[in-house]
Design a protein around this ligand. Structure first.
Ligand SMILES: Nc1nc2c(c(=O)[nH]1)N[C@H]1C(S)=C(S)[C@@H](COP(=O)(O)O)O[C@H]1N2
Ligand SMILES: [Mo]
Length: 513
């Protein structure tokens, strides 16, 4: 049975399994194409113009499909060859896999706006190859060893053959299944992405902030966070892809009237808009899990008033389409602040990863107790009656944001020369506002920084200060005071259970002028 053919077949099936799992991983994780498509794009990019034109002339719109088939056939041959290689030296196919993986990783990384996570499918493919090839060749190897040892008929040969066949069917079946699931996931996401792109919501605007929000220091964080740069936190491995026509929201619990809304009902209401800074409770002192955007949506206070909140309620249990929950203090949703069911971010419908089609945004609260993405259910309730995702895991029940300030420039690696140095960064205390930011050099007196403007108390603020620094090592520290007069504490606390505290500091080396 261990003809060369079995070895080739083992190599081919292991190889194709790797392509399929990497495709499934790509579909599950991103809207980006699989590594094979990335390689095809690379080939297209490297093809000399005249050759490409000739190909398009010959093949028309089928050119890319033909290229993909060609690539798969070519690597298919290589895969079969790895099977043959495995018969002699177990490490030889590993070398081939390393080469293929490197090519795939390179192709993925040179794509526009490539990110590190785009490498995950490539790694998944590599791991699949290693596991599947050893799985499939093991019975073959066992059989060959037995055949060499035995002179006559090998009694184990039948068992080896069955083992080989069973493993082939298993690997091929699982890989094909994953490929089909990946295709379904990818299609859903692509379709929702298309709907999102074409969506125009009446009442959603995109203003530029006043230039006065900038301190004008190079290297300081942009006051408006671009959607692509906005931090992402969610527990879902595959994020929900919800067509707006399928979206429903139920407001129920301790209310006089249950409200059910579809997407059209929601966006036909009055749209409220404002600049709001959102941050994560997991952010470390000086960390970057914070962003500022122009949010557009429908005021929750109005919806809750319509539902008629009953006496005794003090919380709203929010549920996401993915099952994630959080409990939000009712007061923050019904007072004068702009707590909203947001439908747009920076003037465009929410990106899928940021909660499309609808998420909650509440100024002044950490995301984990308020900013439910893909929100589908709001239950008016009491804190004592419910537990939410993160509170079950030891995080505090209510999550008002803490005063925070951060030094963006200079960085500890910057080349500085003695003399006046511009120090600048961000500070935030959403829904209270920042009153003052101060910087201390080497534990000296606190010196007041200039603050740029802010449109409201819900956003972060840029600050800057010029300090004279002599040559040598220095420690820069920052602290803020909010508009209620509370001074940011220097006592250091971990993010868990209710947000980090402590002063951000940067150590710098200043050279001779
Ligand atoms: N469905 C869902 N919504 C969620 C979360 C989540 O895990 N699942 N994480 C929350 C947390 S902890 C934060 S900080 C914010 C982050 O929002 P962003 O990813 O849009 O920046 O979303 C919140 N909403
Ligand atoms: Mo968070």
């Amino acid at each position: 049975m261990t003809t060369s053919r079995s070895w080739w077949l083992a190599g081919l099936v292991a190889g194709l399994a790797g392509l399929l799992t990497s495709y499934a991983a790509a579909m599950a994780l991103t809207i980006r194409e699989s590594p094979v498509v990335a390689v095809a794009e690379l080939v297209i990019r490297w093809t000399p113009g005249p050759v490409a034109e000739r190909a398009v002339e010959l093949l028309g719109f089928a050119d890319k499909a033909v290229l993909l088939v060609l690539i798969v056939v070519l690597v298919g041959l290589v895969f079969a060859w790895t099977g043959a290689l495995a018969r002699r030296r177990w490490w030889a196919p590993v070398l081939v896999y390393v080469v293929l993986t490197t090519v795939g990783a390179y192709a993925v990384l040179v794509q526009r706006e490539a990110q590190t996570v785009d490498l995950v499918p490539v790694a998944v493919g590599f791991a699949t190859w290693l596991v599947c090839l050893s799985l499939l060749t093991e019975p073959l190897r066992r059989h060959e060893r037995a055949a060499v040892a035995a002179t006559g008929e090998d009694p184990a040969a039948g068992a080896d053959r069955r083992g080989f066949l069973v493993r082939m069917v298993l690997v091929a079946g699982v890989a094909a299944g994953l490929g089909i699931v990946g295709r379904a996931v990818g299609r859903g996401r692509r379709h929702v992405e298309q709907t999102r792109r074409l969506l125009k919501i009446v009442g959603v605007t995109k203003p530029d902030p006043s230039p006065a929000v900038r301190v004008g220091v190079e290297g300081v964080t942009p006051w408006v966070t671009a959607v692509e740069d906005f931090y992402l936190i969610h527990t879902a491995i595959v994020v929900p892809t919800i067509e707006p026509v399928d979206w429903r929201l139920r407001i129920h619990g301790l209310v006089d009237r249950v409200i059910e809304l579809d997407y059209r009902d929601l966006i036909s209401r009055q749209i409220t808009e404002s600049w709001i800074t959102l941050n994560c409770v997991s952010n470390e002192v000086g960390g970057s899990l914070v962003g500022n955007a122009w949010w557009s949506g429908v005021r929750l206070a109005d919806l809750l008033a319509e539902a008629g909140v009953r006496a005794g309620a003090d919380a709203v249990l929010q549920t996401s389409e993915d099952g994630w929950t959080c409990a939000t203090p009712l007061a923050a949703l019904t007072d004068e602040r702009n707590a909203m069911l947001a439908v747009a971010m920076n003037g465009k419908p929410l990106p899928i990863d940021h909660g499309f089609p609808v998420r909650t945004i509440v100024p002044g609260l950490y995301g984990y107790v308020s900013a439910t993405k893909w929100v589908v259910d709001l239950e008016v309730t009491r804190f004592e009656d419910v537990e939410a995702f993160w509170t079950q895991r030891g995080w505090s029940e209510q999550g008002p944001v803490k005063i925070a300030s951060r030094i963006d420039v200079p960085g500890s690696d910057d080349d500085l020369v003695a003399g006046d140095v511009r120090v600048a960064g961000m500070a935030w205390a959403q829904h209270t506002g920042i009153e003052r930011v101060e910087v201390a050099v080497d534990g000296g007196p606190w010196q007041q920084a200039e603050l740029a403007a802010t449109p409201n108390v819900d956003t972060w603020v840029q600050w800057a200060l010029t300090v004279p620094l002599e040559a040598g090592d220095h420690v820069l520290r920052v602290r803020a005071t909010d508009r209620a007069g509370l001074v940011q504490t220097g006592v250091e606390a971990q993010p868990i259970p209710e947000g980090a505290t402590g002063w951000h500091q940067v150590e710098v080396s200043v050279g001779e002028a």
